[in-house]
Each structure stands twice: as structure tokens, then as C-alpha cells.
Ligand binder design. Structure first.
Ligand code: FE2
Ligand code: FE2
Length: 291
């Protein structure tokens, strides 16, 4: 992307048609996420308005990889069996994957990335549940977990050769993935690319900061607790081995992020337990049922 390419990295990302606008159904689902009054029926109705999304969602939850013991025939049925958060997570994932035109052939990396993103989303829910009363901007934290590495997805999909160079640098162990990306992307990282996309999609400010700041939450410009939560969750999932590719397991948790939150001693084990409870979802993504 860098040498010999037309325009700056940012201009090239801006020219990608598929990241131009946030799909309408995603906008509406995300409004429901932030609405404390919204219930399961609202979500089911919203999804049902999109027949293609409904079909994909039902196909996914009925896949062998998902491992449910009963057949799910309708979206409201899925909400009853799987819960509001899980169905919403699936609906958003399917919509993002479709709208970004993520390549079903780049299977290994895309699956790994999406497995990591869903695990981070599940882990973010633990923080959301514990701290949302204290920090209302954490409402919808699970969406930040899901979308925090969106820049990486776009780079893998739309700049495969350049990004392969970054992956190789990280794989050879010379540096972590952010440093490798800076090397090949004129000083930018997937977090920068994610921030540009989040701004373009007009996502709420806490989400923009979480996506753009999840690797450097201590810089002065980052003020949203959601960025710190996303940073901690990202590191925890990497520690648990649910990472998004080479060069991602080396980042320590920033002490400033820990200082920002009233972290309980049992938080890591609560995250672990929550990940275990959502094992079906994570296995289904690993098996490729999402694509
Ligand atoms: Fe990241
Ligand atoms: Fe990540």
C-alpha cells in the first residue's frame, strides 16, 4: 500500500466502497443496544425486517458447529434460547462481514480474527455488567469488543499484499503487530484504520475511541473508559490464547487502564467463565459457520 501507491493510506482506505456506509440494519441494531428500554422483541423485529440476515442467522445457529440440541425456527426463538446479547452479537457480525465483503477464502486469518473479536465481545459484557452503573458510557461495550479490530479486517481484505508483509514481520518475531503495521503503512496501525472507519460510520464517540485507542489507551486524547476496557479485554483474550494473529500476544495491560477501573480480583476468572459459557459461539466461528 505504501510505496508506489496512489494517495496516502487514509485516502486509500476512504476509497474502499464497501466501507462507505454503515448498513441500515446495523445502525438500528446499535440504537437498540444503547436503549435501556429495548427488549428482545424489538431486536427480533429489527432482524426479521432483513430476510437475508434472518436466513444467515438461523443457518448459523442451526449449524452442527453451533451444537444446539434443538432446532431454532425463528429469530424470536433464537432470542429465547441464546439470549439478547448473543443474537445481537451474531447479527452484527454477519452484517459487518457482509458489508465489508470479507473474503470467505482468506479463511484462516479471518476466522481467527472473528473468533478473537467475538471472544472480546463476550469478555466486554462482563465489564459492562459490572461497571455500567458507575460508568454509563460502558453501555454497549460488547459492540466495542466485536468491532475493535475492524481495521485489521479491512487491511487483510483490501490490502492483502501489504498486510502480508506486516504479518510476516510479526511472525518472524521482530516486533509486535502494531509496530509491524507501522513499518508497512506509513506509520499507521489497524487501530488508526479502524478509527477512520468508525468515524466514517458515525459511530458513537466511546466506540470510536475504543476502536482507535485499544492499543494505546494512555495517550492524553483517550478519555473514554470504554477504550480502557477494550484494551484490557484484548490483552486478556490474547493471554487466554484467543488472539487475532501473529504478534498479538506480547502486549502488557497498561497500568493506567487498570487504574481507571475498580478491578475486582475475580475479574479474569469471571471473563474466563463467560468465555466458557459462550464456547458454542466461539467454536462455530472457528469452524467457519459464520462465513
Ligand atoms: Fe487490535
Ligand atoms: Fe484485538
Amino acid at each position: 500500500m505504501a510505496a508506489g501507491s496512489s494517495g496516502s493510506v487514509r485516502e486509500q482506505v476512504a476509497r474502499i466502497e464497501t466501507v462507505g456506509t454503515l448498513p441500515e440494519v446495523m445502525t438500528r441494531i446499535m440504537e437498540l443496544v444503547r436503549d435501556p428500554e429495548a427488549g428482545a422483541l424489538d431486536l427480533a423485529q429489527e432482524i426479521a425486517r432483513d430476510p437475508a440476515l434472518t436466513m444467515k442467522l438461523l443457518r448459523l445457529v442451526n449449524s452442527a458447529a453451533y451444537g444446539l440440541h434443538r432446532r431454532i425456527m425463528t429469530v424470536p426463538d433464537a432470542v429465547v434460547v441464546l439470549g439478547f446479547d448473543e443474537v445481537e452479537r451474531l447479527a452484527l457480525s454477519i452484517t459487518v462481514i457482509e458489508s465489508l465483503g470479507l473474503d470467505r477464502d482468506s479463511v484462516r486469518l479471518t476466522r481467527q480474527l472473528w473468533r478473537h473479536s467475538l471472544a472480546c465481545s463476550v469478555a466486554c459484557s462482563v465489564f459492562e455488567l459490572r461497571y455500567v452503573t458507575l460508568m454509563p458510557n460502558l453501555r454497549g461495550a460488547h459492540v466495542a469488543g466485536l468491532l475493535h479490530d475492524i481495521g485489521k479486517a479491512v487491511l487483510m481484505q483490501h490490502f492483502p499484499e501489504t498486510y502480508a508483509g506486516a504479518l510476516q514481520l510479526a511472525e518472524e518475531g521482530h516486533c509486535n503487530i502494531c509496530e509491524a503495521e507501522q513499518e508497512v503503512l506509513d506509520g499507521y496501525t489497524h487501530a488508526d484504520v479502524g478509527r477512520w472507519i468508525a468515524e466514517r460510520w458515525d459511530l458513537p464517540h466511546p466506540l470510536v475511541e475504543a476502536i482507535g485507542g485499544h492499543h494505546e489507551p494512555d495517550i492524553d486524547a483517550i478519555t473514554e473508559p470504554l477504550a480502557h476496557v477494550t484494551h484490557i479485554v484484548d490483552a486478556l483474550c490474547n493471554t487466554f490464547g484467543i488472539h487475532s494473529g501473529p504478534g498479538t500476544s506480547c502486549g502488557d495491560i497498561n497500568p493506567k487502564s487498570i487504574a481507571m477501573l475498580p478491578i475486582d480480583n475475580d475479574l479474569a476468572s469471571a471473563v474466563r467463565a463467560q468465555l466458557n459459557r459462550h464456547q458454542n459461539l466461539i467454536s462455530a466461528v472457528s469452524a467457519g459457520a459464520m462465513f
